[in-house]
Every structure is written in C-alpha cells, then in structure tokens.
Design a protein around this ligand. Structure first.
Ligand code: AMP
Length: 116
C-alpha cells in the first residue's frame, strides 16, 4: 500500500534495523524501545490491524508468531526462566499509531500484569 510506513520498511524503501525475515514476515527493532528487546513483527502483505484479520490471513498470523518466537530465541529470552510479551494494539485507547498490523515482541526485563 502506498504511503504505509511499514510497507516501506518491508520493501526496503524506509531504513530499519531488521533482525529477522521469513517468507511472509519481517522483524525490525522498534525505534522507541520500551524494553531491552522490543521488536516489531509485520506481515509482508498489508493488513491494517488485528481487527481486520480474517481466516484468509491465518498463514500470515502463524508465520508472525513463529518469527516472534525466533526473535525471542535469538535474544536469549525464549526460556522457561525468562519469557516475553506479544502485543497487538488496536485503536486509539490502545495507542495504535501505525496502520499496518504489527506484533510487538517485548522482553529482557520483568513486566507486571496487567500493564499500566
Ligand atoms: P503501535 O502503538 O502499536 O501502533 O506501535 C507502533 C510502534 O511503531 C511504536 O512503538 C513506534 O515506536 C514504532 N515505530 C514507529 N515508526 C517506526 C520506524 N520507522 N521504525 C521502527 N519502529 C517504528
């Protein structure tokens, strides 16, 4: 989609610190990290947000979650002792700011639940 920031990163037109790639997804570091590991996993196909996901997106979703786990494993936090958080923000109350589906992979520090 034209004028989509994350489509630009997927296409290589916008610079990003890419950490992992798969056939369907790309993972890059969040420019404003909230934890030692804060990576965004996005589908190469443009999907607006988690509310727009349909059954036809199932392979993209499965790929995103698998790539998120690979990111966590590479960061050394995909262990029983550590762990990580996966987040989709939807809408203004959740502070969703980029209209291309992205899965936050957050870890490397202890996090409370529920989040503030
Ligand atoms: P959300 O609030 O769920 O929409 O998250 C969007 C995230 O994208 C925020 O955490 C931003 O810091 C991050 N972000 C915005 N622009 C970029 C960029 N060019 N490269 C990497 N991360 C970005």
């Amino acid at each position: 989609m034209t004028d989509c920031l994350f489509c630009g990163i997927v296409a290589g037109d916008v610079p990003a610190d890419i950490v992992e790639r798969s056939e369907r997804s790309v993972a890059f570091r969040d420019v404003n990290p909230t934890a030692p590991t804060h990576v965004l996993v996005v589908p190469r196909r443009h999907i607006t947000d988690a509310a727009a996901i349909t059954a036809g997106d199932a392979e993209d979703l499965a790929d995103m979650v698998a790539l998120a786990h690979a990111v966590a494993a590479a960061a050394g936090i995909a262990t029983n002792e550590r762990g990580y958080r996966l987040v989709f923000n939807v809408g203004p109350d959740a502070s969703n700011s980029v209209a291309h589906l992205h899965l936050h992979v957050i870890g490397g520090r202890s996090m409370s639940w529920p989040p503030g």
